[in-house]
Ligand binder design. Structure first.
Ligand code: AMP
Length: 415
């Protein structure tokens, strides 16, 4: 099934393809058609399964179809979420997916001035994403009318109940039309949630999704924001902090592999670089050294790493982010083989952020962020053993030397 095959507005399809979504996730596959038909839905789905788009896509389409041109007509869809962050995140999903529609999404939450929110409500909002507290304030002041709501979405309902919003949800029903479509999403289900869910929905379609994760459970993987020119200092630190561990470092190109190896040499770290410019015999020797543990740090490109199956690689470092999500899964899968535990850290520079987003989209969930404090960041850079030889000229010289040696090697092979 592809998004193209759905009967949804072209503008929404354009946004879906811009986001890089190739095909619907499980929850999307199961919930888009009934939501489009106007049915109530009761879905058990965790964050990371693509559940936001699972309701945002059909809601946007339905409202777009029904909307009379240019007439602000009150809130048509109310999305209730438990937290401020989720409200903003959900608003962003509606905005992105609805970019080429006439639908206006808007998020309200507490902790900020309410006047600009009232102003926006008066201008016209089609999809209102709200946390319970601020929403009730506005309703009780008469600044928010919910009489025209046609679709009610309760997202992360279990979390909402944990936070004590159960009474608020019950009260909310008095302000909503009885005839409406209700979409109920929860990550977990128990008797309490079942009871409240069934009090809200009518003949719902029930959907249950188990979390899908292409990265094995025994691999802890995270990403850290590190600028391109600082990456070597962080690699140096990880290696020095883990002297006994086997570390596999992935880089984008052969030239980068050699460059990182040189940078490590400068700070007294022994490593080797495996890539397609190396002779087969050299590559085999390197693999053997890495396997036995004589070599602790191996720097590799994706191609050269294809056959690497070393049981006890404790760390994978994505020194450069991979080109594709498949490569990501493949790379981090070099650690945590079988039932062993493994760790993978990706260094993501400003320029690679878009790539990261693509990878996360494909994985169906965000990758955990490692926060490095400013102090820690600058200390890592400053405490490096690297001396003044890291100026641009010396990097250029190294590259030239590397290219020369490559040419020489090729000549020797031809002979
Ligand atoms: P959610 O479960 O709504 O928090 O979504 C988790 C992640 O999945 C978000 O980063 C979405 O951008 C991404 N996502 C949603 N739908 C798809 C899809 N069909 N293909 C790829 N990624 C998706």
């Amino acid at each position: 099934m592809k998004f193209d095959e759905y009967r949804i507005a072209e503008g929404i399809k354009t946004s879906i393809s811009k986001l890089g979504y190739k095909k619907p996730t499980d929850i999307q596959f199961k919930s888009i058609p009934p939501i489009l038909k106007g049915e109530d839905v009761l879905a058990i789905a965790q964050t990371g399964t693509g559940k936001t788009a699972a309701y945002a896509i059909p809601v946007l389409h339905t409202l777009q179809e029904r909307k009379i041109k240019g007439r602000p007509d009150g809130v048509k869809c109310l999305v209730m979420v438990p937290t401020h962050e989720l409200a903003l995140q959900t608003e962003a999903v509606f905005k992105t997916l609805g970019k080429h529609t006439r639908i206006t999404p808007f998020a309200i939450h507490g902790g900020v001035d309410q006047d600009p929110q009232i102003e926006q409500l008066n201008k016209g909002v089609d999809v209102l994403i709200a946390t319970p507290g601020r929403m009730f304030d506005l309703v009780s002041q008469g600044a928010l009318l919910l009489k025209r709501v046609e679709i009610l979405v309760l997202d992360e309902a279990d979390h909402m109940l944990d936070l004590g919003f159960i009474k608020d949800i019950r009260d909310l029903m008095q302000h909503l039309p009885r005839k409406r479509q209700t979409l109920f999403f929860s990550a977990t289900i128990d008797e309490k949630i079942k009871k409240i869910a069934y009090s809200l929905v009518t003949n719902p379609i029930r959907i249950q999704i188990s979390p899908k994760d292409p990265v094995a459970k025994n691999i802890e993987h995270a990403v850290a924001s590190i600028e391109m020119d600082d990456k070597r200092f962080f690699l140096e630190r990880i290696v020095k902090d883990n002297p006994d561990k086997k570390i596999l470092v992935f880089v984008r190109t052969r030239v980068r592999a050699e460059r990182v190896k040189k940078a490590m040499e400068r700070v007294g770290v022994v490593s080797n670089a495996i890539h397609s410019d190396k002779l087969q015999q050299e590559r085999e020797q390197m693999m053997q050294d890495f396997r036995t543990g004589t070599l602790k740090v191996l720097i590799a490109t994706d191609v050269s790493a294809r056959g690497i199956d070393i049981p006890d690689v404790e760390y994978v470092i994505n020194y450069d982010l991979p080109e594709t999500p498949e490569h990501y899964v493949h790379r981090v899968g070099r650690t945590g083989r079988g039932t062993r535990k493994g760790q993978a850290i990706s260094f993501c520079s400003e320029e690679e952020k878009e790539q990261l987003l693509k990878i996360e989209n494909q994985l169906g969930k965000p990758i955990q962020r490692l926060t490095i404090s400013r102090l820690d960041y600058s200390q890592t850079v400053e405490s490096s053993n690297e001396n003044e030889s890291d100026d641009w000229q010396s990097l250029l010289d190294q590259e030239e030397a590397f290219n020369k040696s490559r040419k020489k090697k090729k000549k020797n092979i031809k002979k």
